[in-house]
Each structure stands twice: as structure tokens, then as C-alpha cells.
Design a protein around this ligand. Structure first.
Ligand code: ASP
Length: 348
């Protein structure tokens, strides 16, 4: 059931009109496609603490009255800097052994958006996506042009080797061997889209924002760009709803997944959880895709549907306590275990 998260903070201005502050909420993901057998206790611990840090960092922005955009930016920056995620440092490799990064951010209240695709020397692509939104007349920039724009704003470029981790390199070697034997299978496909990061936030003004950052899919070729930087596919926010997706990007583009979820909420007045579950757990799998998403509405309701073994995810709400989860069957009190083809949802 929907509920308004107004806190009893009434500020009386000169007009005598009261403005209630909304209780802020932040939801994050660190990618769908977790394969339990590939996890070690050490990796699990590192991921959980990175998710916690990202939640704390984003929530600090919200608590101090900053915007949902600031919270999304702060949370994503933490995860981009952490090599456990497929974004920023630790991004996956392309078929020819490079890192090409994509990111997008969108402001729900103004519908302004910024995105970058295929950048190779930007330490925090989410910061460049935000600069595209705030400091240029454009919405999306790619490759060398985006990097030239970054330099024009004073953003330093890093050496491409900054993004390299041995784990991602070995993932590419494995994928190349599978290519050579022409035996892609479901696990391989799942492992190829693992660790993208995203955040959606509701600030004390009641404004929503969404952002996503990724290295894309292991072994991608020919300048492939996924859903994450495409407004409406992997990232979307309006006044009612904010979504960040993670999964097999081609299917998120074809279903215009993030926008579809929000239009179900905005135009069809569907509850967020139903809208998100329909697109992520019905439409996308019916076409052969998989993945997950995080979604948040203006009432502070949260949905985290996914149809993979797990999805790195977390949320923080009114009590300021970070909650994180990894597996689909994880009974941590914050998420309904997602049965196959059904959604999992959390309530702050
Ligand atoms: N959706 C991303 C892409 O296709 C990958 C991911 O979510 O991990 O580029």
C-alpha cells in the first residue's frame, strides 16, 4: 500500500504556507548476475562493505538537505572507485582488451539528463555524465569527444591502465576461450553482465533522480554500447519514479525498460512493484534476456526485481540504517525472496 513519507517538519515561510520535508530514501545496486559458486567469503565481505559505504555516502548528502542528484552521484562514485564492481576501476574488458565505460544520470523533476558512452580515460564516468547534463547543451557524448569535453571542464583524464584488474582480465580470457569453442551458455552470458552499479534517490524536497555506471559486458565488440547510458533503457527518472537497470543491456534497450516501468507508474497508475516486476521479470525474460533493476517512487516505495541468482543491492531510509543483500534467497528481513519470474521488494 502506498504511503506518504512526510515527516513532521513544517517550515513556515512569510506567506504562512507550510512546506513538509520528505523522508529521504536511497536505493543502490551493484549489478545483477551474481553466481553463488563464484563468490568467496572475502569477496562477499568486501562487496557488502562497499555497498554499505555507498549507501552511507549517498545518504549523508540527503540528510544534509542536498539533492537526489547529489546522493546518486555520491553513491555511484564510491562504487566506481571500488574494483569489486563493473564500473570505473574494475570494469570488464572488451574483446580487444580495452575498458570502455558508459554512464548516465537523470533528474526526475526537470527531466534533464546527461550520459557518456565508450569513454576510456574518465575515472568517474558518472561525474562526466553529470557535467554533460549541467555544463553542456547536449544529453549524450561518446568516446574521444566526451573526453575532450571532460578536459574542457577541468576534469583530469586517467591512463587507461587505471581500470585494469586481474579478475576482469581473466574473465575476458575465459570468454575468449568460449568464443573460440563456440559454446556460449547461460552462465557465460550471465557472467558477462555482472557488477554494473546504479542508484535512485528521493530527497527531502520529494525529488527523484537516477544514475547508472558500467563497463558494459565482457567481450563486447565494435564499440558496443549497452542500456546504461541510454536514457529510458537503463536509466530514467521523472516526478513519479526513478529506475536504474542492470542486466543484458540489449534487452533493456529493446524494451526501453526504465522508461516502461516509469510510464506504467505515471500513466497507468500501476503500483511501482507491479510495474517493475512486469518489465523485469516478464517482458525481458520472455524475449530471452535477464537481469534486474532498482526502482523508487515519490512515495518512497522501493522495488528490486531481478531474475538472476542474485543482485548486489541495498537501501537506506528514514532510520538511516544501511541494508544490503546479495542473493535472491537471502532472508535478511529486507527483501522478499524473489521466486522465479516474480519480483522481490523492500519497504523502507
Ligand atoms: N546492462 C549493462 C550492459 O549491458 C551490463 C550490466 O548491467 O552489468 O552494458
Amino acid at each position: 500500500m502506498k504511503h506518504r513519507l512526510w515527516v513532521a517538519l513544517a517550515v513556515f515561510g512569510m506567506t504562512g504556507v507550510s512546506h513538509a520535508a520528505v523522508s529521504p530514501v536511497l536505493v543502490i545496486h551493484g549489478g545483477a548476475g551474481v553466481i553463488r559458486r563464484d563468490m568467496t567469503p572475502a569477496k562477499e565481505k568486501a562487496v557488502r562493505s562497499a555497498l554499505t559505504l555507498a549507501l552511507q555516502s549517498g545518504y549523508a548528502q540527503l540528510k544534509s538537505g542536498k539533492s537526489s542528484l547529489d546522493a546518486v552521484t555520491a553513491a555511484i562514485t564510491v562504487m566506481e572507485d571500488d574494483p569489486n564492481f563493473n564500473a570505473g576501476k574494475g570494469s570488464v574488458f572488451t574483446n580487444d582488451g580495452k575498458n570502455e565505460l558508459d554512464a548516465a544520470i537523470m533528474d526526475g523533476i526537470t527531466l534533464r539528463a546527461g550520459a557518456v558512452a565508450g569513454v576510456r580515460r574518465i575515472k568517474n564516468p558518472i561525474l562526466l555524465a553529470r557535467a554533460v547534463m549541467e555544463k553542456s547543451p547536449h544529453v549524450m557524448m561518446s568516446g574521444a569527444g566526451a573526453e575532450a569535453f571532460a578536459q574542457s571542464t577541468g576534469m583530469p583524464l586517467v591512463d587507461p591502465s587505471y581500470f585494469r584488474t586481474e579478475e576482469r582480465w581473466q574473465q575476458l580470457q575465459k570468454a575468449l576461450k568460449e568464443d573460440a569453442h563456440e559454446k556460449p551458455h547461460q552462465d557465460a552470458e550471465t557472467a558477462k553482465h555482472f557488477g554494473t552499479v546504479g542508484a535512485v534517490a528521493l530527497d527531502t524536497q520529494g525529488h527523484l533522480a537516477a544514475g547508472t555506471s558500467t563497463g558494459g559486458m565482457t567481450d563486447k565488440r565494435w564499440g558496443r554500447i549497452g542500456d546504461s547510458p541510454i536514457i529510458g533503457a537503463g536509466t530514467y527518472a521523472n516526478g513519479d519514479c526513478a529506475v536504474s537497470g542492470t542486466g543484458w543491456g540489449e534487452y533493456y534497450i529493446r524494451t526501453v525498460a526504465a522508461h516502461s516501468i516509469c510510464m506504467r507508474v505515471t500513466l497507468m497508475r500501476e503500483p511501482l512493484k507491479e510495474a517493475a516486476a512486469e518489465v523485469i521479470n516478464q517482458e525481458i525474460p520472455s524475449m530471452g534476456g535477464n537481469g534486474g533493476a532498482i526502482a523508487l517512487d515519490a512515495d518512497g516505495d522501493i522495488a528490486v526485481p531481478f531474475n538472476t541468482d542474485g543482485m548486489y543491492r541495498g537501501w537506506i531510509g528514514a532510520d538511516g540504517v544501511p541494508h544490503v543483500a546479495i542473493y535472491g534467497d537471502e532472508d535478511d528481513g529486507i527483501a522478499d525472496p524473489p521466486p522465479a519470474s516474480a519480483d522481490s521488494s523492500m519497504q523502507p
